[in-house]
Ligand binder design. Structure first.
Ligand code: ZN
Ligand code: ZN
Length: 368
């Protein structure tokens, strides 16, 4: 099967995060056909292994692709559109998995390299706690010296033929914030008898907003105060998100939020309960690895682009915290819709570029 057919098969048969049973079975079947050793990982993922002929097998490169889809009703109208109603590969993970398949196929035929290539078809990127965290809980790379973990993502801000890189800090950490402000409600006209949770919430939101900077985002997107024009409610709910570009800053901002909560409690005589749901850590690219990859991209004739830091998150961050890693972006054309929408359709033409680059990059790291 070629890379394009592989992608179309996955696109036709998308599955939600941590439910990628048929996807994993299909990947396993294709790997078996090529005689590639592999095993299940993180429930619905697959870890494949190809050993080079030149020895030094404890040194490895991990090539990672995510394989999950999103709860979206596809409206692209293409022949290979989703046949799983309400589920769609709307983030390009079908492309990522197909390109990785293409790479392992070539590595299996080549075999004339040093070390071990591990191909990780990872489940559940789109859903906390993230498939990457489940993969790492199994310690699959412990017996190796990991030279690099490599991942790629399709990008509609780049044309086909362009590959984007950002050395160092690249994508944000994410944590979800759920505040409940508990006051004492009552008649809105009798202020002496209430502890105003609405005013406390307003103050809290303004204080949180002051934390925003180039390297930190705190946004509140949901506020619920179910009172009336003349009724102050007992409780107000505020839900938001917090993003930073380093784990150190992430810890510091969490402390600052805890301090703000205390101040609001004291100032407004209310109780503030904060439930923080930990999301993904920052994606921090290894500098050296990234610069070498950029040189390689140039030498292969691809258009190498510098990227800015992105306030979005990726569970690939878990790997970057432990191993030298690189997450880069593959151009799929500007007229293919927006990711996470029903009309998103990356160009098949990008597949051979992503495959070629990942293959060459893997070989260059392995043979170094
Ligand atoms: Zn996504
Ligand atoms: Zn994605």
């Amino acid at each position: 099967m070629d890379t394009k057919d592989f992608r179309h098969h996955l696109h036709r048969n998308p599955e939600l995060s941590f439910e990628e049973h048929r996807t994993a079975a299909f990947i396993s079947e294709q790997l078996s056909e090529m005689g590639i050793e592999h095993r299940p990982i993180a429930g619905t993922g697959i870890l494949a292994r190809i050993e080079g002929r030149r020895g030094n097998l404890e040194r490895c490169v991990v090539l990672r692709a995510d394989i999950d889809a999103l709860p979206i009703d596809e409206m692209t109208g293409v022949e290979f559109a989703s046949q799983n109603c309400g589920v769609m590969h709307a983030c390009g993970h079908d492309c990522h998995a197909a390109m990785l398949y293409g790479v392992v196929k070539r590595l299996q035929m080549e075999r004339d390299f040093e070390g071990t290539a591990l191909a990780l078809f990872q489940p559940g990127e789109e859903k906390v706690p993230g498939g990457a965290s489940l993969v790492l809980e199994e310690n699959p790379f412990d017996k190796y010296k990991v030279a690099a973990v490599i991942g790629q993502h399709v990008d509609v801000d780049l044309e086909v033929g362009e590959i984007g890189f950002c050395p160092g800090k690249f994508m944000a950490s994410v944590d979800e914030l759920y505040f409940k402000i508990k006051g004492v409600g009552g008649h809105a006209a009798v202020r002496g008898k209430i502890k105003d949770a609405v005013v406390a919430a307003a103050d809290l939101i303004l204080r949180l907003n002051m934390l925003n900077s180039d390297v930190c985002v705190v946004s509140v997107g949901n506020v619920e105060a179910k009172g009336a024009s003349n009724v102050i409610p007992d409780d107000v709910i505020c839900d938001g998100t917090m993003r930073t570009f380093s784990e150190k800053l992430r810890r510091r901002v969490k402390d600052m939020i805890a301090n703000i909560v205390e101040e609001i409690e004291y100032k407004h005589d209310v109780e503030v309960v904060l439930d923080m749901h930990e999301g993904y850590p920052c994606v921090e690219n290894d500098m050296q690895l990234t610069y070498e990859a950029m040189l390689l991209s140039d030498s292969l004739g691809f258009k190498t682009k510098d990227l800015e830091m992105r306030p979005t998150a990726e569970d690939f961050g878990y790997y970057t915290q432990l191993y030298p890693s690189l997450f880069y972006r593959l151009g799929v054309g500007r007229n293919v819709g927006r990711a996470h929408t029903a009309t998103f359709l990356p160009d098949d033409k990008a597949l051979e570029i992503g495959e070629e680059f990942m293959y060459r990059l893997a070989l260059s790291i392995l043979n170094k």
